[in-house]
Design a protein around this ligand. Structure first.
Ligand code: RBF
Length: 157
């Protein structure tokens, strides 16, 4: 697990203090998405990103993440976007529709904008699995999403 954490070490070869990041956070399951946000934010700061260059936006649910991400990448100064959400399986087919739409929507924003947009969305069978991945025994996937966009920016430069 956490291959990305192993590979992002030391100083970045690009000056991250000049890069701007948007973090879009879903309000559904906010007890999970808030620690994901904290993980992303702290990882960016640790990597040398200035707090004034981190924009936070909230959306009602994960389904709204792709559109908000598109609005963010449309802003010239934004270099990368981190989408954070948590979809927990319920009794109906909503889970499948939301997960598929969000994953596909975020991928489309990546390719259309040519800017890195991370899919930091937990899709779990229950709340415990989500907590384990939001600062629990399986790490914090918000941190990993932040490190992913940093690596992609490095790759692009
Ligand atoms: N949004 C989430 O981010 N996580 C969820 O687990 C989640 N479950 C939902 C379950 C149902 C039955 C519905 C109707 C919506 C759910 N949403 C969830 C909200 C969804 O992402 C979106 O905000 C709404 O469907 C409005 O477009």
């Amino acid at each position: 697990m956490a291959g990305i954490l192993k590979t992002v070490t030391g100083k970045s070869k690009i000056d991250l203090s000049k890069k701007t990041f948007a973090i879009v956070v879903a309000e559904w399951n906010e007890e999970i998405t808030e620690p994901l946000y904290q993980g992303s934010y702290q990882s960016l700061i640790k990597a040398g990103v200035k707090s004034k260059n981190i924009i936070r936006k909230s959306v009602p649910g994960s389904f709204e993440l792709p559109l908000a991400a598109q609005w963010m990448v449309d802003q010239k100064e934004v270099d990368a976007v981190i989408c954070l959400g948590c979809v927990i399986q319920g009794e109906t087919a909503h889970f499948d529709y939301i997960c598929q739409a969000v994953a596909y929507g975020i991928m489309k924003v990546n390719l259309k904008s040519n800017k890195p947009v991370a899919f930091g969305v937990l899709t779990t069978l229950n709340k415990k699995q989500a907590m384990d991945r939001a600062g629990g025994k399986h790490g914090n996937k918000g941190e990993e999403a932040a490190l992913t966009v940093i690596k992609m920016i490095e790759l692009q430069n």
